[in-house]
Ligand binder design. Structure first.
Ligand code: PHE
Length: 479
């Protein structure tokens, strides 16, 4: 009975669409292609794939198993033992912080999407700013707040609809659309002269990066951080989604399909974005600069005309789907944590109200992110480095004090997430070593990979997590 109050997936396909939707996000679009090109090309890809198998899919399987076994979201840790409950707390603070800035970015995506849409009807969609729109938008507080709010409301409405009627239904509709749009743009871009340089940038292997231990370590740390963020690990997402899955479904199969799809999407995203920049002579960048400034230039100045507006609209619509399916997962983690708590106390949870309260709180803490012009200086809200009177780091490093987004990111992605995953691998590897295997066998199949899982949880993952933690801390604090 409790199960039906929490909600359940209607089908494995629905669960997959929601999980893949959470994994595919801005990280795949604005970080993976550039990082791969800069950090060894095809050689980077090999390291990345090995890490997906040894770390990403194993952690994901562990999270699915934890959720389904306990029937809880982040409360799963407390359900195992009170002494593990702190890991659950870490796993709920991260989505809370990440959602605040993710939705600001999602709002910007929505604004670009709308801009190209109205341009299709002959109206100037970029307020006369043309391809300088990015720098203009960052300082236009009212647009930033308005679109941030709209994005947040869209996310909230889906989460209020519940698991089957909200998240599953939405993901099943939009994720196939995302696939179709992706293919259309890739084919279109491939036909443009000059596109080949983009594929070269991304794929040509640079073996010199493997010649010294330092350069290999550099590849390893970049790839580990990317696997970790891209698969939305240590955020309570896979635990929460796993808890709505019934015992007949195969956890191993799902924990293989999701990382595979995410990696395939990241590669295809690169084959869409980098060749487009190459064909239209736009510099490669990463982060918001790539997604907003560079890509807008491709469509507006490069392609131009009706084609540019149509492709621009399709592109930003795709990015919007990628972003909102991730933000839905983040809000669901927060909402489920309270739903579970109330059920534990014998209360009748009101999902709609809980989602609303979280959406409002997250909106409030996101306001500085929306109003500090991503740390460009002299905005309505001062960035942390301005408040503290620290000189801005000239290397263009994403330091923790660069802007509010980086500050929230430092706490979540920089510290809490790798630490959470480290704790989880210790719990599942050393303290409760049979949990994952037993839960996988619930579906009636014998579990063949127990030895492999043990080695990963006990040794490989902790080492990789220490590397990620070290890398994040040194880069955020510029050590
Ligand atoms: N996995 C998402 C991406 O690649 C980002 C994300 C991280 C979403 C953590 C939710 C939680 O962009």
């Amino acid at each position: 009975m409790e199960m039906s109050k929490r909600g359940q997936w209607g089908s494995n396909f629905g669960f997959l669409m929601a999980s893949i939707g959470s994994a595919i996000g801005l990280g795949n679009l604005w970080a993976f292609p550039y990082k791969m090109g800069k950090t060894g090309g095809f050689a980077f890809l090999i390291v990345y794939l090995i890490l997906v198998v040894l770390v990403g899919s194993v952690l994901m399987l562990g999270e699915f198993a934890l959720g389904r076994k306990t029937g809880k979201g982040v409360g799963a840790y407390a359900a195992l033992s009170r002494k593990y409950s702190f890991v659950g707390y870490m796993a709920v603070i991260s989505p809370f912080l990440i959602l605040s800035f993710y939705s600001v970015l999602g709002g910007m995506v929505l604004r670009y999407c709308l801009g190209f849409l109205v341009q299709l009807f002959g109206v100037d969609g970029f307020s006369g700013q043309g391809s300088d729109f990015f720098s203009w938008l960052l300082y236009d507080g009212s647009s930033m707040i308005l679109f941030f709010a709209i994005f947040m409301v869209c996310t909230m409405v889906v989460v209020m609809g519940g698991i089957k009627g909200g998240i599953e239904k939405f993901s099943k509709t939009v994720m196939p659309a995302l696939g179709v749009i992706l293919v259309i743009i890739i084919v279109f871009v491939a036909l443009q002269p000059g596109a080949i340089e983009g594929y070269k940038f991304m794929f040509v292997p640079d073996m010199s990066l493997f010649s010294t231990p330092e350069s290999f370590f550099n590849v390893l740390k970049t790839a580990s951080g990317q696997v970790f963020f891209s698969l939305s690990l240590a955020m309570g997402i896979n635990i929460t989604f796993g808890s709505y899955l019934d015992k007949q479904k195969s956890l191993q199969r799902n924990a293989t399909i999701v990382p595979l799809s995410d990696t395939l999407f990241a590669l295809l995203a690169g084959m869409m974005i980098l060749p487009a920049c190459a064909a239209f002579d736009v510099d490669y960048a990463q982060g918001p600069g790539l997604l907003f400034a560079s890509m807008q230039k491709v469509f507006l100045d490069g392609m131009g005309g009706f084609t540019g507006n149509l492709m621009g609209f399709l592109f930003y619509f795709l990015v919007f789907i990628a972003a909102i399916t991730s933000s839905i997962a983040l809000l669901e983690v927060c909402t489920a944590s309270v739903v579970d708590r109330q059920l534990d106390k014998g209360k009748e949870p009101n999902r709609k109200k809980i989602a609303l309260v979280f959406a409002v709180l997250i909106f409030l803490i996101g306001i500085p992110v929306a109003l500090d012009a991503l740390g460009s200086g002299d905005a309505v809200v001062k960035a942390p480095y301005e408040l503290l009177g620290i000189a801005k780091d000239s290397a263009g490093f994403a330091m923790w004090n660069d802007c509010w987004l980086d500050f929230y990111d430092m706490i979540s992605e920089g510290i809490l997430m790798p630490l959470g995953a480290l704790c989880m691998s210790i719990i599942l590897g050393w303290l409760l070593p049979n949990l994952v295997k037993d839960e996988c066998e619930e579906s009636g199949h014998t579990f063949k990979g127990a030895g492999f899982l043990k080695v990963c949880f006990r040794f490989i993952i902790p080492v990789v997590m220490v590397i990620v933690l070290y890398t994040q801390i040194t880069s955020f604090f510029n050590l």
